[in-house]
Design a protein around this ligand. Structure first.
Ligand code: NAD
Length: 337
């Protein structure tokens, strides 16, 4: 199969690209490298896939997609505070960019598009675990952008009878996750700071629990979508179904690294501190930030188990050890340059 992965230099896309190539597929990575890295796609100093450095918003995408069978549309700006501080620019990428990919896929008769949505669309739901059939009513900029992307997927299914699968990722972690951005995902932040012997910050009580899933399990689900007839036009939660609190995550990482460093504790509404454009002008309601900090997530994954014969296999400690090894390696490489 000829497969395009947008955002393929990023965390999830690069891990998937490597596995699809191992399976004998031809992979084209589309990425503008606003995040992501060539290192994520390197093997013995050479790129593992064809790389097209281009934005998903560019019209040339249609031409690059010629002959492609499957498109995994993973490119996005998924940094919540950046989506808040740059709503227009990130909507251009997360919504208009997604539409550009759908349109290119239509023009090229692509067999299946897989759209990376997020558990953020379930925001404001109070019943757990979250099911794909639950109501979706997000209010964060990022959550609304992902929901808009889903709505365009639905529209393209109805208008053109296209096959578009939606994946609602929960908190994915593991090697190749970007630990260098201003607000990295929580596990990467803890690992990076504890490796540097500095104290990470925990916002709120730290008792808030989230559904974390290891990258290898996410990649195996993504691969199962190839040729899976019964996945046609379905939505799948991609989580582990298991929840851990931020304090528990901290304790496990600290125990593995044996630092004994105590975290700095700040209130939940301070989570976006330091991101200037959010605090200037009419500032975001403290309750809204605290709600995001304190949110609980848990996926019901019975649908993916039933239809795709998929099951997450990696326990938290094994996944964290792999994440630590990755970040430790990268910190060492960066020291050399
Ligand atoms: N990682 C998670 O826990 C998680 C959770 C929910 C949803 N998601 C979604 O899954 C997808 C992949 O997430 P990830 O963690 O790999 O993110 P990532 O930031 O590591 O990768 C995204 C990639 O998209 C690229 N990109 C951004 N804007 C682009 C543009 N205009 N044109 C081309 N490329 C562009 C970036 O350079 C980056 O390499 C995203 O759509 C994200 O919103 C991820």
């Amino acid at each position: 199969m000829k497969i395009m992965i947008t955002g393929g230099a990023g965390f999830i896309g690069s891990n998937l690209a490597k596995e699809l190539i191992k399976d004998g597929h031809e992979v084209i990575v589309v990425d503008d490298f606003s995040y992501g890295s060539y290192l994520n796609l390197n093997k013995n100093g050479k790129p593992v896939a064809e790389i097209q450095k281009i934005s998903i918003c560019d019209n040339k995408i249609t031409e690059i997609m010629r002959g492609v069978d499957y498109v995994y549309h993973f490119a996005a700006n998924s940094c919540l505070p950046i989506c808040l501080s740059q709503p227009y620019q990130t909507t251009d990428i997360n919504v208009a960019g997604a539409l550009n990919i759908l349109e290119a896929a239509r023009l090229n008769n692509v067999k299946r598009v897989i759209f990376a949505s997020s558990s953020a669309v379930y925001e404001n739901n109070e019943k757990f675990p979250l099911k794909e059939s639950d109501e979706v009513n997000p209010s964060s900029i990022y959550g609304v952008q992902k929901y808009c992307g889903e709505l365009f997927c639905k529209s393209y299914r109805k208008l053109y009878d296209m096959d578009i699968v939606i994946l609602r990722f929960f908190n994915v972690y593991g090697p190749n996750q970007d630990y260098t951005r201003q607000k990295p995902p929580v596990m990467s932040q803890f690992i990076k700071e504890l490796l540097e012997k500095s104290a990470p910050t925990i916002y709120g009580t730290g008792e808030q629990k989230r559904d974390f899933i290891f990258i290898e399990d996410v990649v195996s689900l993504c691969k199962n979508l190839i040729g899976a007839e019964n996945a046609k036009n379905e939505i799948f939660n991609v989580g582990s179904g298991k929840v851990y609190s931020i304090n528990e995550i901290y304790e496990i990482i600290d125990k593995i690294l044996k630092t004994g460093i105590k975290p700095i504790r700040k209130s939940a509404h301070e989570m976006y501190e330091g991101i200037d454009s959010i605090t200037h002008g009419k500032s975001i309601k403290q309750e809204a930030v605290a709600k995001e900090t304190n949110k609980f997530t848990q996926a019901d994954i019975s649908k993916a188990k039933r239809l795709l014969g998929w099951e997450p296999k990696t326990d938290l400690k094994t996944g964290l050890l792999a994440s630590i090894e990755f970040i430790r390696g990268m910190v060492e490489i960066n020291k050399e340059f």
